[in-house]
Write a protein that binds this ligand. Structure first.
Ligand SMILES: C[S@@+](CC[C@H](N)C(=O)[O-])C[C@H]1O[C@@H](n2cnc3c(N)ncnc32)[C@H](O)[C@@H]1O
Length: 249
């Protein structure tokens, strides 16, 4: 799905994104000053966030499981003239990294694809230095549910047992299928704290103002596109993304 994802999503190379149509790091200041810090972006896709932090002075590395996404990342890194170390791998197994070698771990929209999140968090804990910052940006548990266009309301069938979403490209041949796993707030908090993280803050990014939405709007949100714009009214009522901000305890 990489070519269509990159073609259809407008992703900033200058600001870190946390949610579709919402402000990024420039306004939310979740990562803070990254100058000189060793930052790892997990499930980086085309590494737009790693590129953005590298421009802010971080020493960035970025990992993804998809060779196609990484080839897009390689192109963007060359075009932007920045230094980002790219690695191909599975975020459940970070054996390529030494213990405690990063100051910051971040990821936008990767955690929901990981079947064994506990394994992933343990690996994150291992490679992060004591006190290091973890920024987990993922789908909000309420994003699992259908939005009724007619009545403008969310149909929450069973919050405690959210469905696993199976999706892929329309007309695709099947190998491009992905599964999205939703987690309740309690489950995420328990997974993070039992993996050795303290949760300092959660953020539910609220969308930008209407005049900032749409192609050509300046300054627009750092993550947008027609698909997301069609859901603007929903996003103004129900959060799509949630950011867990914590540190290695
Ligand atoms: C929705 S994209 C998000 C990419 C990027 N973070 C962004 O915000 O544009 C999800 C990414 O997760 C990657 N991914 C899925 N499972 C992974 C895993 N187990 N380990 C590493 N990357 C994974 C996919 O290859 C894809 O690039």
């Amino acid at each position: 799905m990489s070519p269509s994802y990159q073609a259809e999503t407008r992703i900033s190379l200058d600001d870190v994104h946390y949610a579709p149509l919402a402000p990024g790091e420039r306004e939310l200041k979740i990562l803070g000053d990254v100058r000189g810090k060793r930052v790892l972006e997990l499930a980086c896709g085309a590494a737009q966030n790693a590129i953005a932090v590298s421009k802010r002075g971080a020493r960035a590395a970025a990992l993804d499981i998809s060779a196609l996404q990484l080839s897009q990342a390689r192109r963007l890194i060359a075009e932007e003239g920045v230094q980002v170390d790219l690695l191909r791998g599975d975020m459940e197994h970070l054996g390529m990294f030494r213990d405690e070698c990063f100051d910051v771990l971040m990821s936008s929209f990767g955690w929901e694809f990981v079947p064994d999140l506990a394994a992933c968090f343990l690996e994150c804990q291992r490679v992060l230095r004591p006190g290091g910052l973890l920024v987990v940006c993922t789908v909000h548990p309420l994003a699992a549910f259908e939005w009724g266009e007619d009545d403008g309301a969310l149909l929450v069938t069973d919050y405690f047992n959210p469905p696993v979403e199976v999706w892929g490209e329309e007309g695709g041949r099947g190998e491009g299928r992905a599964m999205t796993f939703f987690h309740t707030l309690e489950e995420m908090f328990a997974l993070l704290t039992s993996s050795g993280f303290a949760v300092d803050r959660i953020v539910e990014p609220y969308p930008c103002a209407p005049e900032q939405i749409g192609e050509g709007a300046a300054p627009g949100p750092p993550y947008s596109g027609a698909y997301w714009e069609s859901q603007y009214e929903r996003f103004r009522r129900v959060p799509f993304a949630i950011v867990y901000v914590g540190h290695k305890a």
